[in-house]
Design a protein around this ligand. Structure first.
Ligand code: CP
Ligand code: NVA
Length: 319
């Protein structure tokens, strides 16, 4: 008997940990199918999605706008100066208004708590387009990319070198769900918070391991080395201090040479010369533009589940 998969239709997507393993598998399979031209339905026909940005964006904004159009829907994109969440009106009031106009919301907000507040106040699905805590849509595209270039996720050892914030959170949750080994290497004081590790443990597939260290030579068996900016959006005033704290954590050729089987990953935008050198990001093992491209397919797959008919339920599975 094939096990049932609980439908994502109408649900929010706030974190990777919101998914179960089968839902994640379903999204990744559909993402690969869309990219290969094997799936081309238009489940967003006649639907309108609002996009709310409190921070700048290139990839997230464009890939969602294009993806929504390809799925048959339309978008309104609101930037920091438009709604002014929490300034002109409360997050909850804005959500209750948007609910009356649109069929779903993609939001990039400064505070994760505000995103949860928005989702709680909205009856329509809300998708996380990045917060200070997590970036789940990015990591869906990353998993798709790893499968393309390295194969079975369970056979991977991803080493993330950098700040233990949003990308690290979503990688930790993805590791717990899909069973790849993950090492997070961060300078002291910048490691992922205990609450993130705790939540990941609660969705643990039972096969993964997450190791935390501040030792950048801990690269044994790495199949992917992933880094992110040292200074995230909104932290610009800390840039000098961060440069100092992260100086020894640059992914340069010497680091890549210690991991001969690893591809190089980055969510972009990159601060070249800080967390990564030109030689590595432009080098033969870099898959960063493939990751960026896959945002489109991973998000189309996600939206097809949230706004479409939902995941097929297997017969006889006791639904
Ligand atoms: N990786 C990513 O989310 O890029 P943007 O900030 O340009 O959307
Ligand atoms: N950590 C980065 C990710 C950008 C996609 C930031 O929050 O700015």
């Amino acid at each position: 008997m094939i096990a049932a998969v609980i439908s994502l239709t109408g649900h929010d997507f706030i974190d990777v940990a919101d998914l179960d393993r089968k839902q994640l598998r379903q999204i990744l399979d559909r993402a690969h199918a869309i990219k290969a031209g094997r799936w081309s339905e238009r489940p967003l026909g006649g639907r309108h999605i609002a996009m709310l940005f409190q921070k700048p964006s290139h990839r997230t904004r464009v890939s969602f706008e294009v993806g929504i159009a390809r799925l048959g829907g339309s978008t309104t994109t609101l930037t920091e100066n438009d709604v002014q969440l929490g300034v002109r009106e409360s997050v909850s009031d804005a959500a209750r208004v948007l609910d009356r106009y649109v069929d779903g919301v993609v939001a990039r907000l400064r505070s994760h708590e505000d995103l949860v507040r928005l989702a709680d106040a909205s009856e329509k699905p809300v998708i996380n387009g990045l917060t200070d805590r997590s970036h789940p849509c990015q990591v869906l595209a990353d998993l798709m990319t790893i499968e393309e270039v390295r194969g079975d996720l369970r056979a991977q050892h991803v080493v993330y070198i950098g700040d233990g914030n949003n990308i690290a959170t979503s990688l930790i949750e993805a590791s717990a769900l899909s069973g790849f080994a993950l090492t997070v290497i961060s300078p002291p004081g910048h490691q992922p918070p205990a609450s993130v590790l705790e939540r990941a443990r609660s969705i643990d597939s039972g096969t993964h391991t997450v190791a935390l260290t501040d030792d950048i030579t801990n690269l044994d068996g790495a199949t992917a080395i992933y880094t992110d900016v040292w200074t995230s959006m909104g932290q610009e005033r800390e840039q000098q201090a961060r440069r100092k704290a992260f100086m020894r954590y640059q992914v340069n050729q010497a680091v890549m040479d210690m991991a001969p089987n690893a591809v190089f990953m980055h969510c972009l935008p990159a601060h070249r010369g800080e967390e990564v050198t030109d030689e590595v990001i432009d080098g033969p093992r870099s898959v960063v533009f493939q990751q960026a491209g896959n945002r489109l397919y991973a998000q189309m797959a996600l939206m097809s589940e949230i706004f479409g008919e939902g995941v097929a339920r297997a017969q006889g599975a006791g639904q």
